[in-house]
Design a protein around this ligand. Structure first.
Ligand SMILES: [Zn+2]
Length: 304
């Protein structure tokens, strides 16, 4: 092979390599451009999707919260009207005949003698967790000590009923007027605590119960005077005896079982005064007992 032929061959080879490099680079550049464009569009698409879902979410949230606020406002104003209206004859009868008024198994948890600043908030926490609305028969003296706890119980949907002011039997049951006065004094304390001059607690629980004992006759006569003043009274038909003697967890549960028996409607008496830690500690078991037996939990708002 002559020198000329060899030189031509080498020149051709160089050209080919150069062409191959140019083509390869072009392909790589092309691929990079395609990838970049794809990324741009994918990114843009997801951004639109995200914005859309955020917008829809916000719109839906605003819409729902406006409905909820409206519902709460309506509920609040209905409750305020209810709280400020004197008891009608029909409502009076509903309370008096509470044990025969429900076709389904119903339990009304009631707590007397509070509020206390150590036990009542614990009970409120538990009721909130269990989504149960109860009834608190408060004592006027304790309402004056802890108005903020009464407010909390009220705001959380519990019925704030009336257990009088002093709990001193000899003073309360001196005559029918002193019974009414006991109610009115507690009611006055509630108006102040709830910051509502029109609040009417409407339902009185006689300290020690509405029957029996040496004041039986005065208590009976007092019922007539209370009715004339649009005030009903309510005792209980089951109790844990958490305020009698020295209760234990076992005795509380035993009394619960014994006194509830097979009753269709139960008004359960318990206490939330400052020494009633056992009432709080056994409450989960009390609630579980009623749930297992198929009772639904109600408070006095459901009766009025
Ligand atoms: Zn009491």
């Amino acid at each position: 092979m002559s020198d000329l032929v060899v030189t031509e061959f080498m020149n051709d080879n160089k050209k080919n390599i150069k062409n191959i490099l140019i083509i390869t680079l072009s392909i790589i550049m092309g691929i990079l451009i395609v990838i970049s464009i794809s990324f741009y569009f994918i990114n843009k698409y997801f951004h639109i999707q995200k914005t859309n879902s955020q917008n829809t979410g916000t719109i839906r949230f605003d819409y729902m919260s406006s409905i909820i606020t409206e519902f709460e406002e309506q509920h609040k104003s209905m409750k305020l009207t209810k709280d400020s209206t004197p008891l009608s004859d029909e409502q009076y009868n509903n309370i008096i005949s509470i044990y025969s008024s429900s076709p389904e198994k119903t339990v009304y948890l009631t707590f007397d003698d509070g509020p206390s600043n150590n036990i009542t908030p614990l009970i409120l926490d538990l009721l909130k967790q269990e989504q149960i609305r109860a009834t608190f028969f408060v004592l006027g003296t304790n309402v004056n000590y802890h108005p903020e706890i009464v407010q909390r119980a009220y705001n959380e949907g519990h019925y704030i009923a009336n257990h009088g002011f002093t709990h001193r039997y000899a003073e309360i049951y001196e005559n029918t007027e002193t019974i009414l006065n006991d109610y009115l004094q507690c009611n006055q304390a509630l108006k102040k605590a709830l910051n509502n001059e029109n609040y009417e607690s409407k339902i009185y629980r006689y300290p020690g119960g509405s029957t029996g004992g040496r004041f039986h006759d005065t208590k009976a006569a007092g019922k007539k005077l209370l009715k004339e003043n649009h005030i009903a009274y309510l005792d209980w038909n089951a109790l844990t005896c958490d305020a009698e003697g020295t209760p234990t967890k076992e005795s509380i549960i035993e009394n619960l079982h014994k006194t509830v028996g097979d009753k269709q409607v139960v008004v359960l008496l318990m206490h939330d005064s400052s020494s009633k830690i056992l009432t709080y500690e056994t409450l989960p078991e009390v609630i579980a007992f009623f749930r297992e037996k198929g009772y639904s939990f109600k408070n006095l708002y459901d009766v009025l």
